[in-house]
Design a protein around this ligand. Structure first.
Ligand code: C5P
Length: 235
């Protein structure tokens, strides 16, 4: 069966937490005038509602039912992306550290991943999509025209995340955060379903020691080069 949206270009940005994926994805999308898919937010919202309904990460029937019925929406506002689940604004609770930890536990289950796959692919809307997560280039959009895998040393990622959270009134310690990030990364990298790894055709960029503008410039240069190649190969 032909898929009508397969001609729409997708750019995949994957990598562990604290590499600046989300910021780069939203700036690139506004530069190109394209849509964004924050797939981590989808996993976070799903896990939040599952936990609220006492559905455990291994309860196949409960998860299948939730996959069928859950309504998750992303609303772009002046204050940033708002996440709504079953009509409720869940932005603050899903963005917390506990929200990330919970998402990572539910994300291990292949049933959850399969259930959220089509929702992600439906976000491929003209004029184009910038999708960020862990398996955008490997599983969700293997035909992405450009795949970037952002990485950085664990301590730098923890420091960045700490600074971000501090601004929001986070009261934990850097040490505690480092430990949590390391645990979540290990869980994401070592799971059997869609583990966090760069796609074989991804460009890996180490952002340690680089500011967001420097990374953004590198990414934009790669996009322009690749778009030019696409245009020539279409002629
Ligand atoms: O990117 P973010 O930190 O919001 O993702 C939260 C968690 O959701 C990740 O640690 C990961 O376990 C899961 N996730 C995933 N696949 C994606 C995006 C997120 O497994 N594409």
């Amino acid at each position: 069966m032909s898929k009508p949206n397969q001609n729409i270009l997708v750019m995949a940005i994957d990598g562990p937490s604290g590499t600046g994926k989300g910021t780069i994805a939203s700036r690139v999308a506004s530069h190109l005038g394209w849509h964004t898919l924050d797939s981590g937010a989808l996993y976070r919202a799903f896990a939040h509602v599952a936990a609220e309904n006492d559905i455990s990460p291994n309860d196949a029937l409960g998860l299948e039912e939730l996959i069928r019925t859950i309504d998750i929406a992303f609303i772009q506002t002046n204050a940033g992306l708002k996440i709504s689940a079953d009509g409720k604004d869940v932005t603050d609770c899903v963005r917390s550290e506990i929200g990330g930890k919970r998402a990572s536990i539910f994300a291990k289950n292949p049933l959850v991943r399969q259930g959220l796959l089509e929702r992600q692919r439906r976000m491929r809307i003209a004029p184009g999509l910038v999708a960020d997560g862990r398996d955008m280039g490997t599983v969700v959009f293997p035909d992405a025209f450009l795949k970037i895998f952002l990485d950085a040393s664990a301590s730098i990622r923890a420091q960045r995340r700490y600074n971000q959270l501090k601004e929001k009134g986070f009261s934990g310690t850097l040490r505690g955060l480092e430990k949590e990030i390391a645990e979540r990364d290990a869980q994401d990298r070592n799971r059997s379903a869609s583990p966090l790894i760069p796609a074989s055709d991804a460009i890996v960029l180490d952002t340690s020691g680089k500011g967001i503008v420097e990374v953004l410039n590198e990414v934009v240069a790669l996009i322009e080069e690749r778009l030019l190649e696409e245009r020539f190969s279409a002629d």
